[in-house]
Ligand binder design. Sequence first.
Ligand SMILES: [Zn+2]
Length: 88
Amino acid sequence: MAAGHPSWCVSHDNGIHRSRFWATSQPGHHPVDVRAFLWQRDLPDGPLVGIGLDIRMSEEQCECLLDLGQARVLRYALTRLLDHAKQG
Ligand SMILES: [Zn+2]
């Protein structure tokens, strides 16, 4: 991916490009709304890309920026946990 403004960026501020959000639940239908997005920070050695999580619980909001390695580990962990949940 080339440095600069990525094609998937729909908004950016504070030096971070952000993609559109992918909601995991319908707004207002769940006490916790989670949205995921791609982010990119342009660094001198090249762009750093990762996955962002935007978690909202009533009045509280938390944004977590993960690098791609962390995002892959989280994907693996979630897959394992979901498999366990299916097994009861
Ligand atoms: Zn941008």
